[in-house]
Design a protein around this ligand. Structure first.
Ligand SMILES: Cc1cc2nc3c(=O)[nH]c(=O)nc-3n(C[C@H](O)[C@H](O)[C@H](O)COP(=O)(O)OP(=O)(O)OC[C@H]3O[C@@H](n4cnc5c(N)ncnc54)[C@H](O)[C@@H]3O)c2cc1C
Length: 425
């Protein structure tokens, strides 16, 4: 059985790692493996495509991690911070109101006490209202509008799971008086390799891969009836099974699927991100946590991190990364102007003292960052994936399943597909 895998991100690599068929080939459009989990380097500092930390409860993924990093990793408590109107306080806001202005804090607390805890939840904003009341829900509305570029009223709740905490009244009250609150992140600890950036967490997947990986090989066409993939350089491959980890809209775009499926795809929404990387001279002042959420709607900086802290890198420079989400094709982003604005905002946030501290900087665009969970997503994805599945095309990974999978879930997605292929061989 001939298996062609499109994309050498974690899902594609994992599928190749676990599949038993002898005739498997991976085609990747970039000149490197790793996809969204890969890093770039600036002055020797690794920068991921937006803040990436490793955590998993799955023992098989943890085993891959352990074999990959071989004890050379740092383990730290997940303790991000929030920035809002000049204050910087522990995340999440719901049990860390302490530093907010008195009137804001009072309103959040009173609204929390009066929250409509039995209201019917129709969307994400309702979910916030029911769990936190109007005051705190307003903070979530601000951040969601920045991060997902979407009003929370237009989002569903099927993605929440344990991602957002719902503290007790006692915890909310305690958080109004002290900073000594319980950490309430969905993972208590995170891991990060000392060297090699985030992808080094999973080097076991590609270190001794017996499957040939063809880099710089972008798939430009898929004929689902002829079971053939056409590549940019003119090559073609006939397959028995095609495994695609490329984003669903791209797969649909290059396939000869019917107009009804193309129309369904037009309903899918996602964010892209401009990622700005900065290397600065050393400084002792590092406000916030290892990574931070910026709530102010007048700031484009949305998520910010210190990559050198994640890896425990004790060099002479420090590294700062900023993510600016946007809707590709719907929102114009002038990269030069936005990067200049980001530097100004980092100074306003007191993360930088002056532009003179900057030693090097660069930026890049991640075309597919976060899937937007709106009302259309579930039914459209079911139809699109169902169409391909009936024709021997498996869609896997974060953008093949069209769900915001973490790295371990992307690996498991690839493995599930391999197991299915193993059963049919
Ligand atoms: C900003 C951000 C932060 C994240 N933070 C975390 C985190 O902290 N922890 C965590 O566990 N996970 C995190 N994730 C999720 C994690 O990055 C993903 O789950 C994982 O990397 C997805 O792997 P994948 O193989 O499914 O997709 P991808 O990595 O996107 O792989 C798809 C591959 O297909 C290739 N491709 C695309 N088109 C073609 C084509 N036409 N032909 C051939 N190849 C093609 C791409 O180049 C890519 O290599 C984050 C994701 C983002 C975007």
């Amino acid at each position: 059985m001939k298996v062609i895998i499109l994309g050498a991100g974690l899902a594609g690599l994992s599928c190749a790692y676990f599949v038993k068929s002898q005739d498997v080939r991976i085609y990747e459009k970039e000149d490197h493996v790793g996809g969204t989990a890969a890093s770039t380097y600036l002055m020797g500092k690794a920068f991921d495509k937006g803040v990436h930390i490793f955590f998993s409860k799955n023992k098989d993924v943890l085993e891959i991690f352990n074999r990959s990093v071989d004890d050379k990793y740092s383990k730290r408590r997940s303790a991000p911070f929030n920035f809002y109107q000049g204050t910087c306080f522990k995340h999440p806001i719901q049990n860390n109101l302490w530093k907010l202005p008195f009137e804001v804090k009072k309103r959040c607390l009173l609204d929390y006490i009066r929250r409509p805890s039995s209201m019917r939840v129709r969307n994400y904003h309702d979910w916030c209202l029911r769990n936190y009341g109007q005051g705190i829900a307003e903070f979530y509305r601000m951040y969601t509008t920045k991060f997902y570029r979407t009003d929370p009223r237009d989002m569903t709740t099927d993605w929440i799971g344990n991602r957002i905490s719902t503290p007790t009244l006692e915890e909310v009250i305690a958080g109004c008086f002290t900073e000594e609150t319980e950490y309430r992140y969905y993972q208590d600890y995170y891991m990060y390799p000392r060297k090699g950036g985030f992808l080094a967490c999973f080097s076991e997947l590609f270190r001794e891969l017996r499957t040939p990986v063809f880099l710089n090989s972008e798939a430009r066409g898929v004929d689902v009836n002829m079971r053939t993939v056409f590549f940019k350089d003119g090559r073609r491959e006939v397959f028995d099974k095609l495994v695609s980890s490329i984003p669903l809209p791209m797969l649909v775009h290059i396939s000869n699927c019917p107009a009804s499926i193309k129309k369904e795809t037009e309903k899918l929404r996602w964010t892209s991100a401009l990622v700005v990387n900065v290397v600065t001279k050393n400084s002792i002042h590092l406000p916030g946590g290892d990574w931070n959420y910026i709530y102010d709607v007048d700031k484009r900086v949305t998520r910010q991190s210190y990559p050198f802290i994640l890896s425990g890198d004790e060099g002479n420079c420090r590294s700062i990364q900023v993510e600016i989400p946007f809707l590709m094709g719907k929102e114009e982003v002038d990269v030069k102007e936005t990067v200049e604005r980001v530097i100004r905002e980092l100074i306003e946030l007191k993360i930088l003292n002056s532009p003179g501290e900057i030693v090097a900087q660069n930026s890049g665009i991640t075309d597919f960052a976060y899937v937007i969970h709106d009302r259309n997503r579930r039914s459209s994805v079911r139809r699109i994936r169902g169409y391909f599945r009936e024709r021997g095309v498996y869609t896997i990974g974060r953008f093949g399943e069209w769900d915001n999978l973490w790295s371990d879930q992307a690996i498991l997605s690839g493995r599930r597909c391999a197991e299915e292929l193993n059963r049919t061989t």
